[in-house]
Design a protein around this ligand. Sequence first.
Ligand code: HGY
Ligand code: MN
Ligand code: MN
Length: 416
Amino acid sequence: MSTDSNLRVNGGRLWESLMEMARIGATEKGGVCRLTLTDLDRESRDLFVDWCRGAGLEVSVDRMGSLFARRAGADDALPPVMVGSHLDSQPTGGKFDGALGTLAALEIVRTLNDLDVRTRHPIEVAMWTNEEGSRFAPPMVASGVFAGVFTLEQGLACEDTDGKTLGAELARIGYAGDRAVGGRPVHAFFEIHIEQGPILEEAEIDIGVVTSAQGQRWYEITLTGVEAHAGPTPMDRRKDALLGAARVVELVNRIGLDNAPDACATVGMIEARPNSRNVIPGEVFLTVDFRNPSDAVLSEMNAALRSGVADIAAATGLDSAIAQVFHYPPIPFDEACVGAVRAAAERLGYSHRDIYSGAGHDACYMAKVAPTAMVFTPCVGGISHNEAEDCKPEWVTAGADVLLHAVLETAGIVDG
Ligand code: HGY
Ligand code: MN
Ligand code: MN
């Protein structure tokens, strides 16, 4: 039975769910701060689990705290079509990053329930722990454990800047599940997400058919000099770690510009110690985030960073330590699943274009263990990882309609 183009989600219900979820961790500027494994994360999980159970789904929690809400298939022994994303946010995050993918997945199930449609494969709505990597690096760690990229021990041992481990925080909020992480067949994985960039909105295109995700390398750099008094210490006798860090920030930006137009290079975190106004900083910790659609160029950026940091340390009399904490090469998504997304947009009459993802997503790791594809919606001004992040009801509805059809094409409709 082919997917009837009249099959559509209830966009109003989805928008309402997004606005209700956005009240958890709501910030004054209209965003959300729902850092992973905080009490607010627990509150969002509790609400999501209630909604899933309200839709008749069977909810399980794995040992990384990821949630799986299952709708039986007509042939329930078949591997599930999984659809989902994350609910954790950046410290100054928005209402849609992650929540759109998680709640649109739930909306698909709600729509199938309304229309009494049975699918051949079971459907599982997934909510992954710690996608953002803001509190605990690396990002996408739970889907990474599910895909066998990290061991469970590595995932649980991730530490935040206060020395708390992911495993301990998971137990503290009551979401340390007992289900094995991964190691089971998944028929396909789909994720819908806002683009988090300007391309679709500027081109006035409804749907991004995501063909791949660019590669990433994340680093932690520590520069060590000598703490000293800001008054009596002559300028030529200083080993100023913050001076070195300032030059590293300039170096990172230069590496990004030198590899234009596709490279992205960012220093997002910097901590000067002891961070006192009249003490020459003796130590600085900073992070580097490199992205590129070419792994070869990412390697060149890596080499330029390492040699550049060594030169800066030598010129400023500092010791330097650089650790790569995360890397994955560019990830192509599955042609058949990407085709199902493209065909769905065509069938439903939505404008669409192929696009690669600048951001990382749980789909990037799921692509290692299941045929995977993503659907992008535009976002207002291309802004994300910012409390001003915004989307439009018509974009959300169009994206969820396409997701519904791509999932049904892949899961198969038995009757309804
Ligand atoms: O960093 C990323 O691309 C994602 O938001 N975790
Ligand atoms: Mn996200
Ligand atoms: Mn994000």
